[in-house]
Design a protein around this ligand. Structure first.
Ligand code: IMP
Ligand code: MG
Length: 186
């Protein structure tokens, strides 16, 4: 898919489901909560690329205690709105996590496959503690039993775009979360 004109891009935005202001308020609150929870503890925020890059960036600005960031990339979705069902780690953390309290910062939990695999992998490396914060949660779509420690928004079974989330690599730059209009694809 290559978007050549702007109407092809904007025509797919069905409706905004979470506004920029609503995201901002929730992210601010989440950052304040983490600052209290991890005060005086070595904190490492681990972001799963690419979807969580904007969330991580905004979240870190709301954290008032010392913290580090690390990145991993896991792939389980391609240019499709259905999960491929397999998870591969394509980029791994550089840090030894055994001296950190780790918080995984994720964009969305859908089937739960990605995070359950990533959590298993990171647990085996012996962090001081390991928790998961997700911006969005789609509990209706779960195929493996997985629950985040903190979830900022729970949404119905919509395919969403924006604020880091993509469809075929586009739409990550939208400042809000919108429902993707797949009707016009057929
Ligand atoms: P999982 O199904 O919980 O393993 O989710 C895997 C990944 O799929 C998420 O981290 C997202 O990057 C992507 N994903 C799931 N649902 C959506 C969506 O509605 N829009 C965009 N990406 C999604
Ligand atoms: Mg993701």
């Amino acid at each position: 898919m290559t978007i050549t004109d702007k109407s092809q891009f904007t025509g797919k935005i069905k409706r905004v489901i979470i506004t920029e202001e609503e995201i901002c308020t929730a992210v601010k609150r989440a950052g304040e909560m983490l600052s209290r929870e991890y005060e005086d503890k070595p904190l490492l925020l681990v972001s799963i690329l690419k979807g969580a890059f904007i969330f991580l960036s905004d979240l870190t600005k709301e954290i008032s205690i010392p913290c580090e960031v690390g990145f991993m990339a896991a792939k389980s979705y391609f240019a499709d709105t259905a999960s491929s069902g397999s998870v591969t780690i394509t980029y791994d953390l550089a840090q030894d996590i055994s001296n950190y309290h780790v918080v995984i910062v994720e964009d969305i939990i859908d089937t739960g496959r990605t995070l359950s695999e990533v959590v298993k992998m990171l647990e085996s490396r012996g962090p001081l503690s390991l928790k998961v914060m997700t911006l969005l949660d789609k509990p209706d779509r779960r195929v493996v039993d997985f629950k985040a420690d903190w979830s900022l928004f729970t949404i119905p079974d919509y395919f969403v775009i924006g604020y880091g989330l993509d469809f075929g690599e586009y739409y990550r730059n939208l400042p809000y979360i919108a429902e993707y209009d797949s009707q016009t694809d057929r």
